[in-house]
Design a binder for this molecule. Structure first.
Ligand code: CO8
Length: 260
């Protein structure tokens, strides 16, 4: 499928998905959200794709937020619909079985930071700036940011970032636990692709079940989470990936996983 605002390139099990509106710092308008929903669906069910890296086109921005020019004239009803549409994309990303690494190569603001937070983890460029400027525009984060950030870094730090609207550096985001690693700009994408390649080389069902166990377990009591983990562990013993993975170890060869 061809997209007007997205680029997709797949090599050796890793898809690179790029939001491509650099003239607007890759801001998310309705059309981009529709395309992202379709692209994620397409990537999730493409057997050639085992990991995704998500980034923004150009030197300046990952995604500088939802499109303020489109939102400026919205009615309350339209604002609600737009928030729901964005949340649909964020939830699709969180629920998809294929892991997504956010490659924050510049500004990740508002809806852009929400998009990054919906990914499985974030790598950032040393030049990146992250923040939630929504209160300076008279609104609040509406694509899940109030929920995801507070769950990730705790209430106090989330409060400070969201109430002030101030941007923080990649280093501070690292110290606060928002991003996993910070790289010099030129190393960012290659490093993310290397990590994605490690994921793509592992058993895809194992990776998908691990994502499922972690995400769902966080909403359970620890005891229910343990029980859930054990049941998923058991199910994996009915797959050819488990036979192949353990068989290859015993036979001292590289496993060839089929995702079945
Ligand atoms: N929306 C639309 N256009 C944008 C956006 C945006 N979020 N960000 C940048 N652009 C455009 C600029 O308007 C400019 O276009 P033009 O050349 O036509 O004037 C172009 O991108 C380049 O930007 P700048 O000239 O401003 O570049 P600077 O280097 O001077 O500044 C900044 C970069 C600091 C990133 C600046 O562009 C900026 O502050 N952008 C807005 C950031 C922001 O406030 N983002 C949050 C938006 S609100 C949001 O995301 C809410 C999400 C939840 C929605 C809930 C549903 C209702």
């Amino acid at each position: 499928m061809d997209f007007k605002n997205l680029l997709i390139e797949t090599a050796a099990g890793v898809a690179t998905l790029t939001v491509n509106r650099p003239e607007s710092l890759n801001a998310l308008n309705s059309e981009v959200l529709t395309e992202l929903a379709s692209a994620l669906y397409q990537l999730e069910y493409d057997p050639a794709v085992r990991a995704v890296v998500l980034t923004g086109a150009g030197e300046k921005a990952f995604v500088a937020g939802a499109d303020i020019k489109e939102m400026a004239a919205m009615s309350s009803f339209e604002g609600h619909q737009f928030a729901l549409k964005g949340q649909h994309v964020m939830m699709a990303m969180e629920k998809m079985k294929t892991p997504v690494i956010a490659v924050v190569n510049g500004f990740a603001l508002g809806g852009g930071l929400e998009l990054a937070l919906a990914c499985d983890f974030i790598y950032a460029s040393a030049r990146a700036k992250l923040g939630f400027p929504e209160v300076t525009l008279g609104v609040i984060p509406g694509f899940g940011g109030t929920q995801n950030l507070a769950r990730l870094i705790g209430k106090s730090k989330a409060n400070e970032l969201i109430f002030t609207g101030k941007m923080i550096t990649a280093e501070k985001a690292l110290a606060w636990g928002i991003v996993n690693e910070v790289f010099p700009p030129e190393e960012l994408l290659p490093q993310a692709k290397e990590t994605a390649a490690a994921i793509a080389g592992a058993g895809p069902l194992g990776v998908a079940y691990a994502k499922n166990a972690i995400a769902n377990g966080l909403n359970m009591t620890k005891e229910d989470g343990f029980r859930y983990e054990a049941s998923l562990f058991g199910v994996l013993f009915s797959t050819s990936d488990q036979k192949e993975g353990m068989g290859a170890f015993v036979e001292k060869r590289k496993a060839e996983f089929k995702g079945r």
